[in-house]
Design a binder for this molecule. Structure first.
Ligand SMILES: Nc1ncnc2c1ncn2[C@@H]1O[C@H](COP(=O)(O)OP(=O)(O)OP(=O)(O)O)[C@@H](O)[C@H]1O
Ligand SMILES: [Mg+2]
Length: 252
């Protein structure tokens, strides 16, 4: 599955909960290798958009990854297409070691007989993921003992061992220290060259430092899209974030 980078294409996406439209006709294209930030106020529909792409909520419209349509597919089939996501709260097995967590994630993509076979040493993809996410020195520690930031990196590592081509990360740096944020931004750049990354984020400094492109959602719709500079200069974005249109653009 690796080697072929595909475009994520979202057309006229709609998600409705009991008559309330959380995602209201979203068009979005994320090209191969992009590091796209998805920003917007609370309730803008960011998480729901990712839920729809990953099969967690029903939606109408169309979502394709490369030439493959995603809407209506069950979650595990979407994972097998090389699409992985993290959640606003990290989901790792706290009682298992870092290595065991990665091994289980890698096993999710393996056939049962390969899983049962006794393996000597650390599988290549697991060793590579440990290096990439900077947890090689922590591999035998219990995941529950890791710092908050390290747990998020482990979760990203669990996607990497599954050879995920499209990563959708929901607020990965929430609650992180400045150092952890910077390390995460660098991590996203390292993996972004070979994979497509969509990051939901509230932290504007983090976005300015690391985004390749930005989509702003507001009330279930795309409000603005472009480079960091273009989005920051957009009066509609300023109005949503500041509650009024300022006389001059927000400083970059
Ligand atoms: N399962 C659900 N049932 C009903 N309404 C929902 C459900 N999930 C989300 N919503 C509503 O849909 C809207 C969009 O929510 P969503 O979680 O996608 O926003 P968000 O942009 O991720 O916000 P935040 O920045 O706070 O995480 C909100 O008004 C939310 O209350
Ligand atoms: Mg959210």
């Amino acid at each position: 599955m690796s080697g072929t980078l595909r475009e994520l294409r979202v057309e006229d996406l709609r998600v409705t909960f009991d008559g309330f439209t959380a995602v209201d006709g979203v068009h979005l294209r994320v090209g191969p290798g992009d590091l796209r930030f998805l920003i917007g106020p609370n309730g803008a529909g960011k998480t729901t958009l990712v839920d729809a792409v990953t099969g967690l909520v029903p939606a109408t419209g169309s979502v394709t990854f490369g030439s493959t349509p995603l809407l209506g597919r069950p979650v595990h089939r979407i994972v097998r297409l090389g699409i992985g996501r993290t959640f606003q709260t990290a989901a790792v097995f706290e009682n298992l070691t870092v290595l065991q967590n990665l091994d289980i994630a890698a096993g999710a993509g393996r056939r049962p007989h390969t899983l049962l076979r006794r393996r000597r040493g650390v599988p290549e993809e697991v060793a590579a993921a440990l290096e990439t996410v900077g947890l090689a020195g922590e591999r035998d520690r219990q995941a529950g003992e890791l710092a908050h930031g390290q747990k998020q990196w482990l979760e990203i590592g669990m996607l990497l061992v599954q050879d995920v081509q499209l990563l959708l990360l929901d607020e990965p740096v929430a609650g992180m220290s400045h150092e952890e944020r910077d390390a995460t931004g660098e991590l996203l750049h390292r993996i972004g060259g070979e994979r497509t990354v969509v990051v939901i984020e509230h932290d504007m400094d983090f976005m300015r430092a690391f985004a390749s492109s930005v989509t702003v959602l507001h009330a279930g719709r795309v409000l603005s899209e472009g480079t960091v500079a273009q989005v920051q200069a957009d009066p509609r974005v300023q109005e949503v974030y500041l509650g009024h249109a300022p006389d001059r653009p927000v400083e970059a």
